[in-house]
Ligand binder design. Structure first.
Ligand SMILES: C[S@@+](CC[C@H](N)C(=O)[O-])C[C@H]1O[C@@H](n2cnc3c(N)ncnc32)[C@H](O)[C@@H]1O
Length: 232
């Protein structure tokens, strides 16, 4: 298990914030946008609904919710101030609010949101169960989740290619463009340390979600977890 020190992780994301979007597009060859769009299609935001984007970073998921339904309201929270600062100029509507907050101690009353998302944030949580229980707490009964996280492809050939890219090329390009010595070495380590698909499903269920599905995206490089809080 790698150590997940919240203060250190927050600082790391603040440090890379100015180059974060550029590196996302570059390192995923633009596919990350499609993954976010696919997650929000599953969430199916409705007009007048209120949605929480946990670990919103520079706000791409919050923006995608708005793009798919401009009549939904979105709140994005993140503990890395600089990520939010980089996100703010992208926000084109008062229906979207970004603010500072810790996913493990969400600053909202229970039963506030119709749905919640978190893209590539949960593997950074110092306590995954606590973070997922917090998301569950702030959802209304029947509220939905759509959570994206990096996974490791199940196919041996694809996994070999992917691990070569992820552990050799990506840290090199990431370090070069971001100037950060560790952030893009931490990325593959945190992904490889993350629970596999079947365990992930169990963890979501242990945290109170039902109808949990884990769908692989792009050969299983990314995974999309959907589910909902039971009505009672
Ligand atoms: C890889 S970025 C993803 C950002 C954004 N969701 C996206 O799709 O681009 C991970 C984000 O999670 C945030 N994060 C990690 N742990 C957090 C926590 N406990 N509370 C709030 N934000 C957290 C980091 O600050 C960072 O902005």
């Amino acid at each position: 298990m790698i150590e997940k020190d919240a203060a250190k992780i927050g600082r790391m994301f603040s440090d890379i914030a100015p180059r974060y979007d550029l590196l996302n597009r570059l390192l995923s060859m633009g596919i990350d946008r499609r993954w976010r769009a696919a997650a929000i299609r599953k969430l199916a935001p409705r007009a007048g609904g209120v949605y929480l984007d946990v670990a919103t970073g520079t706000g791409d998921v919050a923006m995608e919710i708005f793009r798919q339904n401009p009549e939904a309201k979105v709140v994005g929270i993140d503990f890395a101030h600089q990520m939010l600062v980089m996100g703010l100029p992208k926000i084109k509507s008062t229906a979207i609010r970004l603010g500072r907050g810790d996913a493990l101690n969400l600053p909202f009353r229970g039963g506030t949101f119709d749905g919640a998302t978190c893209a590539y944030g949960i593997r950074n949580f110092a306590d995954l169960h606590k973070g997922l229980r917090e998301i569950n707490r702030v959802l209304k009964p029947g509220g939905s989740i759509a959570i994206l996280e990096f996974t490791t492809p199940p196919n041996a050939f694809m996994r070999g290619l992917y691990l070569f890219y992820f552990t050799r090329l990506l840290p090199f390009i990431g370090r070069l463009v971001s100037g950060h010595p560790e952030a893009y070495t931490y990325l593959p380590l945190s992904v490889m340390d993350f629970p596999a698909e079947t365990r992930l499903k169990e963890i979501f269920e242990e945290c109170g979600f039902v109808d949990v599905t884990v769908a692989p995206l792009t050969f299983g490089i990314s995974g999309l977890v959907t589910g909902r809080k039971p009505v009672r």
